[in-house]
Ligand binder design. Structure first.
Ligand SMILES: Nc1ncnc2c1ncn2[C@@H]1O[C@H](COP(=O)(O)OP(=O)(O)OP(=O)(O)O)[C@@H](O)[C@H]1O
Ligand SMILES: [Mg+2]
Length: 288
């Protein structure tokens, strides 16, 4: 894997602007920073999960990574480009694409393939190039057979795949998925996690997956744990899942396989720290 630095968040502090209040109302307490002197470096080709409970600053950090928000203090470099430089922002947003919770807010056209083509069309790409890119994007997310359908006939998981295809068509270096699976059922959620893993493995894409669900972090190479606008922990799933009490204290819900590993260890099973899914636990026990 290449080790070039893609996203470099350097000592960033960010506070959302205060909304104007009605005249005569008491001054409320000063706004709390959503990010506090945070530094995170993401290498090209990494698969990182940003984990944290509600309000810990995950979305704010994600939006800083593609210039949707700009730092009050510190700076963010994407492939060496400063997000505060207006002449770089368009390129940064093409290099780092984002998908959000609700796929319907991200879909534009009335036919699947036109939706994927939209971003290329507005950028003035030639028709033949558009066709090639749309084909491979739809293939990559596994919905090529649905290309002629209107998006509203797709399931939630398929619509989220469509949103990803629209980003893939722009040939980004990185996809940031901000709770992109939270409106899906558990099965589609798992399928989506697998899709991210595949895109990472086969296309070499940098994946940054924002979630408050530990079970979605299983496929990642690295987990960055956030709390109150800071990075609290940064390590491999095995390292992060090794301390369940700490995760519980962060109001994160511990999935069943991780509970099971902890119980088996207490019962005397010598399980490797990498066992974080039912399959791995079964393999470990078989070898014990
Ligand atoms: N548009 C906004 N205006 C004002 N404050 C905001 C805004 N968006 C977020 N905040 C505040 O910034 C802090 C961090 O929010 P952020 O959305 O980044 O957290 P999060 O970890 O993504 O949470 P969630 O799991 O709920 O998505 C919170 O205190 C939140 O209330
Ligand atoms: Mg969020």
């Amino acid at each position: 894997m290449s080790t070039s630095l893609l996203i470099d968040v350097q000592d960033v502090t960010y506070t959302y602007p205060v909304q104007p209040r009605k005249v005569g109302r008491e001054q409320e307490s000063p706004p709390v920073p959503a990010l506090r002197d945070i530094s995170v470096r993401i290498q090209q080709g990494e698969y990182v999960v940003i984990l944290g409970h509600n309000g810990s600053g995950k979305s704010t950090l994600a939006r800083q990574c593609n210039a949707l928000l700009l730092p009050d203090e510190g700076r963010v470099l994407v492939a060496g480009m400063d997000t505060r430089d207006p002449s770089c922002q368009r390129t940064i947003r093409e290099r780092v694409g984002m998908i959000f919770q609700n796929p319907d807010n991200q879909l534009i056209a009335t036919v699947v393939e036109d939706d994927v083509a939209w971003g290329l069309t507005v950028r003035g790409y030639a028709a033949s190039e558009i066709r090639t890119r749309v084909d491979s994007a739809l293939e990559a997310v596994g919905i090529a057979h649905l290309r002629q359908l209107p998006p509203h006939q797709l399931s939630g998981g398929q619509r989220q795949r469509l949103a990803i295809a629209g980003i893939l068509a722009l040939q980004p270096s990185c996809i940031i998925a901000d709770e992109a699976t939270s409106m899906l059922d558990p099965f589609s959620r798992q399928e989506m996690a697998r899709l991210f893993a595949t895109l990472h493995r086969e296309l070499g894409l940098t994946i940054v997956q924002v979630t408050h669900l530990l079970e979605e972090a299983v496929y990642a190479e690295r987990i960055v744990v956030m709390e109150q606008g800071r990075v609290l922990d940064d390590g491999t799933p095995a390292q992060i899942f090794g301390d369940l009490e700490r995760l519980r204290a962060l109001k994160l819900i511990i999935p069943d396989p991780l509970r099971l590993v902890a119980r088996l260890r207490r019962a005397g099973f010598d399980l490797a720290p990498g066992a974080v899914s039912n399959e791995e636990i079964a393999r470990e026990i078989a070898h014990a």
